[in-house]
Design a protein around this ligand. Structure first.
Ligand SMILES: Cc1cc2nc3c(=O)[nH]c(=O)nc-3n(C[C@H](O)[C@H](O)[C@H](O)COP(=O)(O)O)c2cc1C
Length: 413
């Protein structure tokens, strides 16, 4: 694919006008494609021809651009939710149901959005969520992502299902990397993952607890989603679980989960994991206050309030709706991070005002990678930080601590 995209990176890190080289997409190579999927017509206004060189201004702009650039099956895999995609939509709608009652006459000449999670300083309360298979978006894959996260001064949570080995990702990092863990039926292989993440230098483990099986993402079933030749679940190659093959009629990833991921995982296994490692452990995928309380009692270091971006149980409660009761239940005893539907700086403000210490973004990073590799992902994080800073300015909330509940107005109904 020969897509020449020029855009200005406004960060202090790079003022240069970037000319991106031809993108060596492994997906495209594998399926023999030479450009955007011919089955996908131009659907975004950005791609209608009048100004293709204009840089995306917002995260939704990045999504529109990615829709143009990615193979259909890849875009669908990244974008989709389970079943009717109601939770996917509601993760977003929950932000629109809350409005901001901003303060006036506050000195906002200095805005400080730096904060700490698990004692790690980050430049803004926005982390990179664990998402699988970055090399479907850009040839450098997770290496591009980890560099972008480092440039933004934040943490990357690396998926178990990365297309680059954890050792290589951490070696390329300039900031902290946490490791997201799926528990395989093969506990020895799982233990091997934990050991490797620890030895590589990951600073925390994120145990995903909302995916005993994969939710039905119908787009993936229709596309019979699988990894093309040349790509694998790199961390699981030594255990022999590297391939996500194309089944006769299903999503290859759903089949992979059904065969390999341990659906018997339960609260009693926390002691097993705690005994394996000294690293801090966060649970990802919690939406209930009683589960959060139990996790806190068991000694987890953090909870990621998440419904997997609406990709698991459809009609699951939106994460912003789930957050308030969880924050009340854990009373600050554990770190609270939220993900799902964060697309604007004001979304970050609302999540923090309702009790989160930080948020993660999933899909927007993939859109950034698709559009511009490392620079694209870095720009996505930068836009979010710029929007957050402006939002804090206009809210009369110059520090993270000043993002309090009183800023939120819940719309009736
Ligand atoms: C393409 C894709 C792959 C994902 N892979 C993983 C994964 O490997 N492990 C995990 O815990 N969560 C995974 N997630 C869920 C994300 O960590 C996160 O919960 C979700 O993307 C947040 O919603 P957002 O995309 O609206 O920001 C994935 C999400 C997407 C979109």
């Amino acid at each position: 694919m020969f897509e020449r995209i020029s855009h200005k990176i406004r960060s202090g890190l790079s003022q240069a006008k970037l000319r991106l080289e031809p993108r060596a997409s492994p997906t495209l190579a594998a399926v023999g494609g030479g450009g955007p999927n011919p089955g996908v017509v131009c659907r975004s206004s950005m791609a209608q021809g009048e100004d293709r060189d204009q840089a995306p201004l917002s995260l939704p702009d990045y999504e529109a651009r990615a829709r143009e650039l990615l193979e259909r099956a890849t875009f669908d895999y990244y974008a989709s939710g389970a079943d009717d995609e109601l939770s996917l939509a509601d993760n977003r709608a929950a932000y629109a149901r809350r409005r901001l009652a901003y303060r006036v006459l506050v000195d906002v000449s200095r805005i400080d959005c730096a904060t700490k999670v698990l004692d790690t300083e980050i430049a803004a309360p926005v982390l990179v969520a664990p998402t699988a298979f970055h090399r479907l978006a850009t040839a450098e894959g997770e290496l591009a992502t980890v560099r972008a996260a480092g440039a933004a001064g934040t943490i990357m949570i690396l998926s178990s299902l990365s297309t680059t080995a954890v050792e290589d990702v951490v070696a390329a990092a300039s900031g902290p990397v946490w490791f997201q863990l799926y528990v395989y039926r093969d506990r020895k292989a799982t233990e091997g993952l934990v050991r490797r993440a620890e030895a590589a230098g990951c600073e925390a483990l994120v145990l995903t607890v909302d995916a005993p099986r994969l939710g039905t993402r119908e787009r993936d079933v229709r596309n019979r989603f699988h990894l093309p030749e040349g790509l694998s679940v790199a961390n699981l190659l030594p255990a022999g679980y590297g391939a996500v093959a194309q089944p006769p009629a299903d999503s290859g990833l759903a089949a992979y989960f059904a065969e390999l991921i341990d659906p018997s995982l339960s609260w009693v296994d926390f002691a097993w994991l705690r005994g394996l490692t000294e690293l801090p452990i966060l649970l990802k995928g919690v939406v209930r206050a009683d589960d959060a309380q139990r996790a806190a009692q068991l000694g987890v270091d953090g909870i990621i309030v998440s419904n997997h971006g609406g990709r698991q149980l459809d009609t699951a409660v939106s994460t912003l709706d789930a957050l308030g009761p969880i924050a009340a239940a854990v009373e600050g005893r554990v770190e609270l991070i939220l993900d799902g539907g964060i697309r604007r700086g004001t979304d970050v403000i609302k999540a923090l005002a309702l009790g989160a210490n930080a948020v993660c973004v999933g899909r927007p990073i993939l859109w950034g990678l698709a559009e511009g590799g490392e620079a694209g992902a870095a720009r996505v994080l930068e836009i979010l930080r710029e929007e957050l800073e402006l939002g804090m300015t206009l809210c009369g909330a110059p520090t993270i601590e000043s993002l309090s509940r009183d800023l939120i107005v819940e719309l009736p109904g």
